[in-house]
Design a protein around this ligand. Structure first.
Ligand code: ASP
Length: 440
């Protein structure tokens, strides 16, 4: 058994957290490769080192005096070293950073130093080998396309020769050697890439919550946690946002069938959430999770005999495509078709889209409705459980929620419900209550 363990910023924000991390790693010999983030917030209102680096580099880029700003960053690391009683000196590292900032080495280089320095400290504290991510993780171009093939080859080869290593998260290098980062929160992706290349059995992702919750705790008080979720279910719940795990982190491990275990550094005894390819394990409550988002618009197009007009749907969608708008859902009837889009993306281009639809399909009417919310009710258990939809809609009716749209994916993995923004919270509470509370 071998594992890759990734620790997020709050897990490595200060010396106390570093100690917890080291205890976790030492408690299980199979935790062979460690991917750290940069130090995150130590308390509410604190600043992440990554943000401090962006700010510091911003000053450098404008030719300003960034010494004081860099000093504050150095102090964050010194606080960790002192708290751990380590004598490791980062003087040379900071001299190199200062020099490279003056040379305007780039924003990505600047941001990457957060995990780079944290990796050096953690490797030294654990007595593990340090592998600079720039030497083993590669991007194909400036747009950030990850070079999977080259990375895999070089990284797998490099890991073969070492039993334990620390590989900083978030960055890699471009073909010309310059440092490039993933998008924010990208250390999760690094962890997944390392897990794939090392061919480990589990990718443990340690953060400050005990995994995913069935529903948003800002809406539901103390929601139950999700024990097991499939990759596909997680994708369907993407309205949850990427607060726990970066969206792109599932792809490298998914290819290899490596499960991700989300764990809590501050409560290591909790089992957390398992994200798996497939499972015969039924979810406890028929539904695995509920997630939703406000701020959608619906554009309903009506035309007699629409259903027999070849290319109708494509033409309507091309009016959105022309304006660079992606659509979220597209339920349809015999002579109607409705396209759901994000209101903020759509607002400024509304008239252009409407004109485009008129031009392309000559509809009888076009109706637009705004301030809608979409709720995804997701569960692999739905397929084998009769009456799921019935329960959802009777619960919503009891709570006086008017359902404006229903869309069930043909995989029977999810049911998407459209309601007015104002009914959003009520609807989520009603669905949670009927499936989770009354099931206990
Ligand atoms: N430190 C980076 C960020 O704050 C990457 C990460 O933590 O995953 O976004």
């Amino acid at each position: 058994m071998s594992k890759v363990v990734k620790f997020g910023g709050s897990s490595l924000a200060n010396a106390e957290q570093f100690r917890k991390v080291a205890d976790i790693i030492r408690a299980d010999k199979s935790r062979r490769y460690v991917v750290p983030s940069a130090p995150g917030k130590r308390f509410r209102g604190d600043t992440k080192v990554t943000d401090m680096l962006y700010e510091c580099y911003g000053i450098a880029e404008e030719g300003g005096d960034f010494k004081e700003s860099l000093e504050k960053i150095r102090a964050r690391y010194q606080e960790i070293l002192d708290g751990l009683g380590m004598t490791l000196s980062l003087e040379q590292e900071f001299a190199a950073i200062e020099k490279n900032f003056r040379k305007k080495a780039g924003r990505d280089y600047a941001a990457s130093r957060g995990e780079y320095l944290n990796g050096i400290i953690l490797a030294s504290y654990l007595k593990y080998e340090f592998i600079d991510a720039a030497e083993v993780i590669f991007f194909a171009d400036q747009d950030g396309t990850w070079d999977a093939e080259r990375t895999r080859k070089v990284l797998a080869e490099r890991l073969k020769s070492c039993k334990n290593a620390v590989i900083p998260g978030f960055y890699g290098s471009l073909p010309d050697g310059r440092v490039k980062t993933f998008s924010r929160g990208g250390s999760d992706i690094t962890g997944s890439i390392v897990a794939q290349a090392a061919g480990v059995d589990v990718y443990e992702n340690w953060t400050d919550v005990s995994g995913f919750l069935i529903a948003d705790p800002r809406i539901i008080k103390n929601p139950k946690g999700i024990e097991v979720i499939t990759y596909r279910e997680l994708r369907e719940l993407s309205y949850m946002g990427a607060t726990v795990l970066h969206e792109d982190a599932i792809f490298p491990v998914r290819q290899e069938g490596i499960p991700i275990n989300i764990r809590n550094t501050n409560a290591p005894e909790d089992e957390g959430t398992w994200i798996v390819g497939s499972t015969c394990q039924k979810s406890k409550y028929v539904i695995t999770g509920i997630a939703g988002k406000k701020g959608f618009c619906s554009v309903s197009v009506e035309k007699d005999m629409m259903n027999s007009e070849i290319g109708f749907g494509r033409k309507v969608l091309s009016a959105f495509e022309e304006q660079g708008i992606s659509f979220e859902h597209m339920p349809s009837g015999i002579d109607t078709l409705t396209v759901f889009v994000h209101q903020d993306e759509f607002m400024d281009k509304e008239q252009k889209v409407v004109a485009g639809i008129h031009r392309m399909v000559r509809p009888d009417t076009i109706e637009i409705e705004s301030d809608l919310a979409l709720i995804a009710v997701v569960g692999r258990g739905m397929k084998s459980t009769r009456g799921t939809a019935g329960r959802i809609f009777s619960a919503l009716a009891h709570s006086n929620v008017n359902v404006k749209m229903i869309d069930q994916g043909s995989s029977e993995l999810n049911i998407i419900i459209g309601v007015e923004n104002a009914d959003f919270e009520n609807a989520i509470r009603a669905i949670y209550d009927i499936f989770v509370l009354t099931a206990i």
